[in-house]
Design a protein around this ligand. Structure first.
Ligand code: HH2
Length: 354
């Protein structure tokens, strides 16, 4: 089906815990991606993007119920990983930035021995509960300058070699040559903020390596210009359609859907309102049948909401965003503050299960 002709079902009332289990048992709710969350009502979205009605899941009009399949079925475990937090996850992806210019202020490249500092940081993050280490050598913050592949590899490869023995590593890069070198050095996952658009060779590299991949939405393909007056007809739907098209392109290149995670790209060509709508309407992406990754940690929208200009002081708002994303079905959270995020998630999970 051409992407534009697709209809969507957006789960609206998402609930958790005992209420979710009872609603599913009574036939009044459906498990979101296999549970433990459940949803009670849905918005039906016609191919032209208009709302075709809001309905209880047990009272859908004829012809729509087959679209429920991908919302209800559990997606495959991403990269075969079992969340350290326990069943239902989420997986926690800890960030290791080998960059002098990361927006979050955490880049370790400024110290005397950046590789050594990054390796120590990676070990500490795993000790704190990370399931995945996301290692990057190029900042993609708005306005950041591109880094040549040779320099990117020089920054990250020794760190990947050391940390691949400690935890599953994802390489955060848009460059096919860097992907190939990182996978050879022991990385297991590719995380590409351009969703395999930046480098024409990248899909073939991922396919040949049988590597799981994160496909992220970014408005346009240049981080330097993505924040120039971003505009959407309907941000959640536009992002969902973009990701559906990127999944189709990846599949056509030989990357099976089972190896793909999807990411709405918080902050990548979005205003404050766009970011908030994407977080609130995260369950729409569940219909694509892939685990959803959310990277909201320390981002500018938290600064806008809190008045905190310094990214390193945005941990409390980042925790709120992480908990809200998990409660809306995010399967992977990409965060700077791993120990704090894991603690917050443990509490939220325990309350939901009590
Ligand atoms: N955000 C950043 C980088 N990579 N990858 C995914 N999948 N999702 C994200 O939201 C995402 C990402 C930006 O954050 P950070 O790495 O901390 O900053 P910088 O790009 O400035 O190094």
């Amino acid at each position: 089906m051409p992407d534009g002709a697709r209809r969507w079902i957006e789960p609206l009332a998402v609930i958790e815990g005992e209420a979710a289990a009872s609603a599913v048992a009574a036939g009044e709710g459906l498990p979101l991606l296999g549970g433990p969350l459940a949803f009670l009502t849905v918005r039906l979205i016609a191919a032209d993007g208009s709302t075709a009605g809001i309905h209880r899941v047990d009272a859908l009009p004829v012809g729509w119920d087959r679209l429920l399949d991908s919302l209800v079925r559990p997606p495959p475990a991403f990269a075969g990983l079992v969340p350290r937090l326990g069943p239902g996850g989420p997986l926690v992806m800890g960030i290791v930035n080998l960059t002098p210019d990361s927006f979050s202020g955490d880049g370790v490249l400024r110290g005397p021995d950046p590789a050594e500092a990054a390796i120590a940081q990676g070990r500490a993050i795993v000790e704190a509960g990370a399931d995945i280490l996301d290692i990057g050598g190029e900042s993609t913050r708005p306005g950041a300058a591109p880094v040549p592949v040779e320099e990117e590899c020089r920054r990250i490869l020794p760190v990947i070699r050391a940390l691949a023995a400690v935890a599953p590593v994802s390489v955060d890069t848009r460059n096919a040559a860097t992907m190939r070198a990182a996978l050879e050095a022991g990385a297991r996952i590719v995380n590409d903020v351009s969703a395999l658009r930046h480098d024409p060779d990248s899909a073939a590299v991922v396919a040949a390596a049988d590597a799981p991949v994160v496909l992220m939405h970014m408005l346009g393909d240049d981080p330097r210009r993505m924040q120039d007056a971003p505009a959407y007809a309907d941000v959640a739907l536009d992002v969902a359609r973009f990701l559906a098209a990127r999944v189709a392109a990846a599949e056509a290149a030989g990357i099976p859907r089972e190896r793909i995670a999807l990411d709405p790209g918080i902050g990548f060509g979005k205003t404050l309102d766009h970011n908030l709508a994407l977080l609130r309407r995260l369950p729409l992406l569940a219909g694509l049948g892939c685990p959803v990754l959310v990277g909201a940690s320390r981002k500018a929208f938290i600064g806008r909401l809190s008045g905190v200009a310094e990214a390193g002081r945005r941990m409390p708002g980042s925790l709120a965003a992480a908990l809200l994303a998990a409660a809306r079905g995010a399967a992977i959270l990409r965060v700077h503050d791993v120990a704090e995020t894991v603690q917050a998630l443990r509490v939220a999970r325990a309350v939901a299960a009590a």
